[in-house]
Design a binder for this molecule. Structure first.
Ligand SMILES: Nc1ncnc2c1ncn2[C@@H]1O[C@H](COP(=O)(O)OP(=O)(O)OP(=O)(O)O)[C@@H](O)[C@H]1O
Ligand SMILES: O=c1ccn([C@@H]2O[C@H](COP(=O)(O)O)[C@@H](O)[C@H]2O)c(=O)[nH]1
Length: 249
């Protein structure tokens, strides 16, 4: 089973504590031990936003700010690579081809951003499409996709399940400035819609949730299911649940 795991910077390295990065690396190792091929994409988190805020005050334009954000995502990617040791390709992939090559070699590919004007959410969706992944999982700082920003609106309700078109509608109005926050950015949602890749958005602050979702199909986040599919269980049955306690075959 090929899985792209998108790990928000605010989830991987909120305070640069090495223990948290190690926990994420251990979760990825559990997935590879179970036979999964993993492409990991790492976000910039609060550190990226701090740099972007300072550079904005210094007069940098949005593309320059995006480039600063990309640099931070790649630094965070290097932290995960350090924690994964020999399991990972030694440097962050700078494009999808390099990431795909690393995955085909059997390495965990870790990457950050690639180009200005988007976030690592879109990188993850593009990598999933490029590698024909079975599952795309967003480990973010909120427990799924809500009807409104849950940090702003106490009445926001979480979707258990939605299709990609509904996701596009929910996030269409979120701003796209450098450093902006969304559970999944708009380009990512459009890529998910066109590729039809099965997608989960969940709270990744505890990385064991990533393992439970990938290996056992158990999570409390939001399932983004392909258009025309209405029942998640049917979808699992139709496509066979992942090699849960896999032997890697
Ligand atoms: N409809 C919505 N549903 C869920 N979250 C939303 C929604 N609208 C806005 N948000 C915001 O999306 C954000 C998602 O997480 P955020 O972008 O902060 O971190 P991340 O995905 O972990 O990546 P990174 O920290 O690397 O940018 C939350 O801060 C939340 O307030
Ligand atoms: O491909 C990319 C990835 C990221 N950026 C910029 O970096 C920040 C931080 O990334 P997050 O995924 O939001 O953590 C993002 O807001 C963009 O400004 C980019 O331009 N291109």
């Amino acid at each position: 089973m090929r899985v792209v795991v998108s790990i928000g910077g605010s989830v991987l390295a909120p305070d640069l504590a090495h223990e948290r990065v190690e926990e994420h690396a251990a979760a990825i190792e559990r997935l590879t031990d179970a036979g999964c091929e993993i492409g990991a994409v790492v976000g910039g988190g609060g550190v990226a936003r701090e740099y972007i805020t300072t550079a904005r005050e210094l007069g940098a334009n949005e593309i320059e700010l995006d480039d600063i954000g990309i640099d931070v995502t790649r630094l965070n990617a290097r932290l995960l690579i350090a924690a994964l040791g020999g399991e990972a390709a030694p440097s962050p992939a700078e494009n999808y081809e390099k990431a795909g090559e690393a995955m085909r070699r059997g390495d965990v590919s870790v990457m950050g951003g690639v180009v200005a004007g988007q976030t690592t959410d879109a990188v993850s969706a593009a990598l999933a499409e490029y590698t024909d992944a079975d599952l795309l999982l967003y480990a973010t700082s909120v427990p799924g996709v809500f009807s409104a920003d849950p940090n702003e609106d106490a009445g926001a309700e979480r979707f258990d399940q939605m299709n990609a078109g509904e996701l596009v509608d929910i996030i269409a109005d979120i701003e796209m400035n450098a450093g902006s926050s969304a559970p999944v950015d708009l380009l990512a949602a459009k890529l998910i819609e066109r590729s039809g890749v099965r997608t989960i958005v969940l709270d990744g602050t505890d990385p064991s949730r990533i393992v439970d979702a990938v290996l056992y199909g158990e999570h409390d986040g939001t399932d983004i299911i392909p258009e025309g599919t209405t029942d998640q269980m049917t979808y699992w049955v139709d496509n066979e649940a992942p090699d849960a306690l896999g032997d890697g075959e």
